[in-house]
Write a protein that binds this ligand. Sequence first.
Ligand SMILES: [Zn+2]
Length: 371
Amino acid sequence: MPLSSRRRGRGAARRRRGLQLSIAPLALACLLLAGGPLLASVASPDGAGPAARAMGPLPACRYDDILTSPRAYRQWDHTLVDTILMVPRTYVPPDLVPVSEAGIEGSGKIRLVMIDDLKAMADAARQAGAGIGVQSAYRSYEQQVKTFQGYVARDGRAEALKFSARPGHSEHQLGVAIDFRSESGGSPFEGDWGETKAGQWMAANAWKYGFVMSYPKGKRSVTCYVYESWHFRYLGRDLAKAVHDSGLTVREYLWANYTTAIVPPPSGEPLPTYAPTEQPSPSPGPSESPAASPGPSPTTAHSPAPSPSAAPSPPLEPSAEPSPSAPPPPGGGLVGGVAPGVAAATIAGLATLAAAVLLLLLRRGRFGAVL
Ligand SMILES: [Zn+2]
C-alpha cells in the first residue's frame, strides 16, 4: 500500500476515533438527562429522604375533608393528618399491640413498630424520676366520632374544634400517637401537665426516643390546635431528630417534605360541602359562641357538621382531590405525576435507541475500513 493512502487511512481512523470520543459522552449525557428525572421519581415516592418538595405553602388552618397522601400503612411516619387532611374510616393499622408490651402503665394499643422505643423511653423517664403512663393511644374512626361528639356536647363545637380532631383527622387513628400522663398519676388534661416532672422530662427528651410533641405551646397558627403538652406522635428516632433539629412542628415538617396531597385554596367554590372559613385564622379568633363568630354566616359554620358526625360516608366524599388520593402510591405526587413519568420513560427510550444506532454506525464504519 502506498504511503500516502496509508496516511490517509490513519487520518480517517483518527477522525473516526475523534468522532467516536465526542459522540460517546454526548450519548451518555442524553441518557442521563432523560433518565435523571425518571430515576429521581423512582427514588423519592416512598420518601427515602426529605425531598423538600412541598406541594405549596403550608395551608392555613381550616376545616376540610381531603384524603391525605401518602397514607399506606407502611408510610405511617410520613402520613400527615390535620384539620384538612384525613385518613378514611377504614384506616386501621394492621399491627396494633397493647401498650403494656412496652412495660408502661395504662391501656390502649399502638403500632408494633414503636414498642421498643416506647419501652426505652418509659424506662429512661422512670430512672429520671419522671415516670410516665399512657392515658390514651390508638382510637378508631368510630371511637373518634364518640370522642369528638362528647366534647361538642360538653363545650360546643367551636370550642371542641380547638383541641379535638374530627373523625378521620386524628393522629390517634394512625396508631402512632399517645396521650401521656404521669406514672400512677391522674388525667393529664387537668392542670398544666407540661409543668409536671413527667411533662417537663417528655418535652425535653421524648424526641430522642422517636416521639415529638405534635401541638407545642405558641404554635397554634401552624398546628391548628391549642397546646397539648401530653400528645406525642411517634416518628421513629431519625425523623424525630430531624423534626426536633428543624425547629418545625410535625405538621410543618411533614407537609414540607412528604405530603403529596393537593389542598385547593380556600377561596374557591369547588366543594359543595366546603366550609370556607369556619375558623379562618387559627389565632385567638373564633371564640366560644358559635353564633357570634364573625365570618361566614352561622349556617356555613354548621355546614361542616355533616361530615364528621352525621354523615356515615365522609371519608369517601373528599372528591376534592380525586386523582392524587385515589391511587395509593403517592408516587411523584403531582396530578401530572403519571404523564411526566411516561414522558421521561419515552425520552429515555429514544435516547438509548439513538445512542445505540450511533454506536452501531460508528462500528460499522470501522469494520468497513478494516475490510
Ligand atoms: Zn391526643
